[in-house]
Design a protein around this ligand. Structure first.
Ligand code: AMP
Ligand code: GLY
Length: 423
């Protein structure tokens, strides 16, 4: 089989590595890919926001199966276009992708099917939003309904801050079209965990629960980022707890989607807040998390590709996958300054020998004219460690972090800190 992976980040590098291991795979192409991916796989220039370019590339390269990584092409209907042309593609169709593309749609869906989530209001007009805010306890959470690359959520500790956030979103000045509708919701307290499922209608396979580290600074301080590190599995969620989330959240969600005429195929990533009174859905994403993918997929002991294909074809999925009895951790190496402005174009030096149970995953990298790998984004690389337990995985990932060198290298030294302070 010829596989095409759409996207350019660490998630897509990991997906490419996983697909390449499958015995049924003849070749893997990543488009557009990045500098490190290009050293390992064939790549092709691509505007992921153009469905026509995606289709043309898949046809030109005679691709058998496309895996669409990021949310933007999924929300644009890339899977619909490919399927109409007779090319199988992994991921939800445009209608199903609204679970990520519209937070307002998702909140109404959750309320309709009585799936636990924070109390909320959706607004397109300033006046009713301001009135609703008056009745809210502080802090209150203001969200741009549309896609905002993880930046559209503002936790407001004063009424003035909340009013300004709402005003800026609804007038389009802060998040453009994505902010023209806002969700205002109650602030929830608890620990966050991510549940990834591969779905095919009401049939699904859960993957190991993970935790992401969204803040730039140690101790979870500072600005929100796309994710500075992640680990899996987490001891926070026991088998019994997972079973209760499936009953309370997963099955009602997939049944509700079916009742709405939505056949959900692809990854459903459920962002959960584990509150003292039970789990609440914070958000749905309709694709694998980044950097969660880098730690979740390597824990799967069997060939994942047949499961992705069954999902894309709408076939019934196995109830579970075989998992390795180990832990994985990824530490993101960013450019100092991220998530604000940061330098690019720095030459990166890598360890000369491959460290055991470690992987270097490329995210924001490119090649210069000499073929050297240079930094080209905020999140540059992921240092992944695997081990029989999380401590070993952590030690390996951090040893790797030290051996990779570029001038503005910045990484959090406390990835996994919550797990290590449990018990
Ligand atoms: P979202 O994109 O909706 O998951 O929000 C991004 C991040 O904002 C989440 O991972 C949480 O850390 C935080 N967040 C979102 N909604 C809430 C909420 N209702 N209460 C507390 N924190 C929240
Ligand atoms: N790491 C968070 C996300 O992929 O949305």
């Amino acid at each position: 089989m010829k596989i095409l992976i759409i996207g350019s980040g660490g998630r897509e590098h990991t997906l490419a590595k996983i697909c390449a291991k499958s015995p049924v795979v003849e070749s893997v192409m990543v488009a557009p890919g990045n500098g490190g991916i290009a050293k390992e796989f064939s790549t092709s220039k691509l505007d992921v926001e153009s469905n026509q370019e995606i289709l043309a590339l898949a046809q030109k390269k005679e691709i058998d199966f496309v895996v669409v990584g990021p949310e933007v092409p999924l929300c644009n209907g890339a899977v619909d276009i490919l399927c109409e042309a007779g090319i199988s593609a992994y991921g939800p169709n445009k209608s199903a992708a609204r679970l990520e593309g519209s937070k307002a749609f998702t909140k109404d869906f959750l309320a309709k099917y009585k799936i636990p989530t924070a109390a909320y209001g959706n607004f397109q007009e300033v006046e009713p939003a301001m009135q609703y805010l008056e009745s809210c306890h502080l802090p209150v959470v203001v969200k741009a309904s549309g896609l905002a690359a993880g930046k559209g959520v503002i936790i407001c500790s004063t009424q003035d801050e909340a009013k300004t956030a709402v005003q800026d979103m609804l007038t389009g000045s802060s998040f453009g079209e994505s902010g023209k509708e806002v969700v205002i919701e109650d602030f929830l307290e608890g620990e966050e965990a991510s549940l990834h499922l591969i779905c095919s209608g009401e049939s699904y396979v859960p993957l190991p629960m993970s935790q992401d580290h969204k803040k730039i600074g140690e101790g979870d301080e500072g600005l929100n980022t796309g994710g500075m590190g992640a680990y899996a599995p987490t001891q926070l969620v026991t088998t019994e707890m997972l079973a209760s989330y499936e009953k309370l959240i997963v099955r009602p969600t997939l049944a509700g989607l079916k009742a709405e005429g939505i056949d959900f195929r692809g990854t459903l990533y459920i962002g959960l807040m584990l509150t003292q009174t039970g789990p609440r859905v914070l958000e749905f994403n309709v694709r694998f998390g980044d950097p969660e993918t880098q730690v979740i997929l390597p824990l799967v002991a069997e060939d994942l590709l047949p499961i992705l294909i069954s999902s894309a074809l709408g076939k019934k999925l196995p109830e579970k996958v075989d998992l390795k009895n180990q832990s994985s951790i990824v530490v993101v190496l960013a450019s100092k300054g991220y998530p604000e402005s940061y330098p690019k174009g720095e030459v990166i030096s890598f360890p000369t020998t491959q460290l055991p149970d470690c992987e270097i995953i490329h995210a924001g990298t490119d090649l210069n004219s000499d073929g050297e790998i240079i930094s080209a984004g905020g999140r540059v690389l992921g240092a992944v460690g695997h081990g029989e337990n999380l401590q070993l995985a952590r030690d390996r990932a951090y040893a790797l972090c030290e051996l990779i060198k570029f001038e503005s290298k910045y990484y959090r030294k406390d990835i996994g800190h919550k797990e290590f302070s449990r018990k």
